[in-house]
Design a protein around this ligand. Structure first.
Ligand code: UTP
Length: 407
């Protein structure tokens, strides 16, 4: 893109300040900045001015296949899931493009060592969990790992240096998610360096589009993969491609499935599965009304009790059907480093701008059906979000040890 074209575009979006000191930049910096400008999704950037939050439809509770029922049918579910894996119809998608700002680890989140007497990396825990299933099935599962441009090289290097933790490299592919430009509180684009706009990964909701634009959807078709199990990097107890979960979803005739845990208390900050205008949907904890949070059913249980743990199963054809639909944009207030008039980098103490994200949980509402599958929290949910305290390295270690993992 030329400077003139950039000027024209920025003028039409009232963002010309980005070019204020363009002529002082090196050729390389100019090129980077112009290329960033050409990639801006203006629908996203302009949306910060539209204050109205999206209205939700009619919300009602959604039932789940609960643990008692799963226990009765575990063999049947597991056999079906194993059949799907052996028929090579299942793939796994690891979402590892996040910045992990709360954890504050300098490398990719998965490269954090949580071992005590030995090295045990988060990525290693996940691969170990996957290997349990592939050993049981006697068949490898293709693993697609989403990174962002901020952590891609380091993530790939980390896997190479550790020999993919024993997983066959030909079964592992990486793809890079898109970035979104950040704006300040008045909606203006921010420079984080003289020739670089502040950008951040655009949330985990764009994973399927990014998978497609990377060319890997062809690989999925070539291999005949029909189901994708998508999961977060930071749950070290994550069961990946759990045969019983796959089997229950297939036998239940649903086009997607979500692993859920019973909420620990009405106040717990997890998104809950529900029906919205008759379709499956997830309501985030901050969107729940007091009534939703504290309503009980006739069994004395919370009506909206099934919290999601970022482990979903999707039919590939259902994802393709909805791929071009626009997704709800989540605007998040954050501290965004920026350069001042003297080109000095400032790290703000308070949130000074907005980042834009789409979220995978909104994909559930695109699906015609979703099977909520309850799991035992202590066995399957140990998220590492913070260094200490709630959902931290400490709590994850405790849960790993309870599950027989040597740290
Ligand atoms: P989180 O919502 O916990 O975000 O991600 P985060 O970026 O990892 O951490 P904080 O909020 O900055 O502390 C949940 C999952 O979604 C992935 C993360 O890697 C994690 O597996 N994710 C998140 C992406 O892949 N891309 C994104 O843009 C955001």
């Amino acid at each position: 893109m030329t400077k003139e074209k950039a000027r024209e575009i920025l003028t039409s979006h009232d963002q010309l300040q980005v070019l204020d000191r363009f002529d002082e930049l090196s050729d390389e910096e100019k090129e980077v900045l112009l290329s960033q400008i050409s990639e801006i999704d203006w629908d996203v950037v302009d949306s910060v001015c539209e204050e109205e939050p999206a209205k939700r439809g009619e919300i009602s509770p959604l039932s789940a296949v609960e643990i008692s029922e799963i226990d009765k049918r575990r063999e049947e579910f597991t056999e079906e899931g194993i059949r799907e894996i052996r028929a090579k119809k299942v793939g796994a998608v690891l979402l590892a493009g996040g910045m992990g700002t709360r954890l504050g680890h300098s490398g990719p989140k998965g490269s954090l060592n949580i071992g005590l007497t030995r090295k045990l990396y988060i990525f290693e825990c996940l691969i170990n969990n996957l290997l349990e299933v592939t050993d049981m099935a006697g068949e490898y599962i293709p693993l697609y790992i989403m990174t962002s441009e901020k952590n891609h090289d380091e993530t790939v290097r980390f896997f190479e240096e550790h020999n993919y933790f024993g997983y066959p490299p030909e079964e592992v592919s990486f793809f890079i998610q898109d970035m979104a430009a950040a704006v300040d509180l008045s909606g203006k684009l921010i420079l984080e360096a003289p020739g670089r706009l502040a950008t951040s990964p655009n949330g985990n909701g764009g994973w399927f589009k990014s998978l497609d634009s990377s060319g890997l959807l062809n690989d999925i078709h070539d291999r005949g993969v029909e189901w994708l199990n998508v999961f977060a990097v930071d749950n070290v107890l994550q069961r990946i491609c759990d045969p019983a979960f796959i089997g229950a979803t297939v036998l239940g005739g649903a086009e997607s499935g979500s692993k859920v845990v019973k909420k620990a208390s009405p106040e717990e900050k997890v998104g809950v599965l529900c029906l919205e205008d008759g379709k499956p949907s997830i309501v985030e904890y901050y969107e729940m009304t007091e009534e939703m949070r504290t309503s009980f059913d006739e069994r004395g249980e919370l009506k909206y009790r099934f919290g999601v743990i970022l482990n979903y199963l999707f039919r590939v054809d259902a994802l393709e059907r909805h791929m071009n639909e626009s997704m709800m944009l989540h605007v998040v207030k954050k501290k965004i480093p920026y350069i001042d008039g003297d080109w000095k980098l400032i790290s703000p103490e308070e949130p000074n701008g907005y980042k834009f994200e789409t979220l995978i949980l909104d994909m559930i509402h695109m699906m015609d059906s979703n099977l909520a599958y309850e799991v035992v929290r202590e066995r399957e949910f140990a998220p590492v979000k913070n260094l200490t305290g709630v959902d931290s390295v400490d709590t994850a270690r405790e849960l790993l040890e309870k599950n027989g993992v040597t740290l």
